[in-house]
Design a binder for this molecule. Structure first.
Ligand code: HEM
Ligand code: HEM
Length: 174
């Protein structure tokens, strides 16, 4: 397979993540954590409109950010998936057992599903009647659980196994 072929398949194995991939990882992570912390302001805003009650100014601001940060996440994830599918990702560490590599792939796949499905259900909850707002809110504990496991795994790899996993999400390769 030529380098050009490898570049256009998701099986491509670059030496590390690119500056764009690393920037997108951390910008999206920061935005998602903001959404999880302050999402209830959007629930208060939706409830205030439905019940005709007055909304606190802080909730109105935070709901505005929730809306636009959520849409920004969706747009950035579309870019991120495009880069991921064309450039690929670095290979698993060679000494890593097959099953832990599979767990990491599963966790990363679930992240991508959530990163698309959560903003989409948010938009549907905002504009369309139905169960979408509730489905959107249920994603909160799933997201938090996955982030906790993912961050713990990254720190375990970096500081216990000392295999440079965290470093490769900080230091870009061309
Ligand atoms: C990854 C992006 C997003 C995350 C992580 C997120 C997270 C959350 C969280 C944690 C809540 C509070 C749930 C609760 O009250 O327990 C919430 C509520 C809400 N969010 Fe999002 N959100 C995201 C994107 C969006 C987008 C793009 C919209 C579109 C307008 C949106 C609209 C809403 C609405 C309408 C509610 C109120 C749901 C209800 O109670 O009916 N969200 N969100
Ligand atoms: C909302 C928060 C986060 C989300 C949505 C997220 C999502 C992801 C995704 C989807 C990947 C796979 C990248 C790919 O191959 O396409 C990844 C990789 C990675 N993440 Fe996160 N992440 C988050 C937070 C964190 C945190 C807090 C840490 C560190 C403590 C971290 C460390 C890493 C590392 C080191 C990798 C590279 C793993 C490898 O090379 O095999 N992430 N993350």
């Amino acid at each position: 397979m030529t380098t050009l072929d490898a570049t256009f398949t998701s099986d491509a194995k670059p030496a590390g993540y690119s500056l764009l991939q690393i920037s997108l990882h951390w910008i999206i992570a920061a935005l998602v954590i903001f959404q999880l912390f302050f999402g209830e302001s959007m629930t208060h805003a939706v409830d205030a409109v439905a019940e005709g009650t007055v909304l606190a100014a802080s909730d109105a601001w935070l709901a505005w950010f929730h809306y636009w940060f959520g849409i920004a996440i969706l747009a950035l994830v579309a870019l991120r998936l495009a880069v991921r599918l064309t450039r690929g990702k670095p290979p698993a560490h060679s000494e890593q057992p097959y099953w832990t590599d599979m767990m990491a792939r599963l966790a990363h796949g679930l992240f991508y599903v959530l990163l698309v499905a959560v903003p989409v259900t948010g938009l549907l909850g905002y504009y369309v009647e139905g169960p979408f707002g509730d489905i959107h809110a249920w994603a909160k504990p799933v997201f938090i659980g996955l982030i906790a496991v993912h961050a713990a795994a990254a720190l375990y790899h970096q500081f216990m196994k000392k295999d440079g996993t965290l470093i490769r999400m900080l230091r870009p390769t061309a």
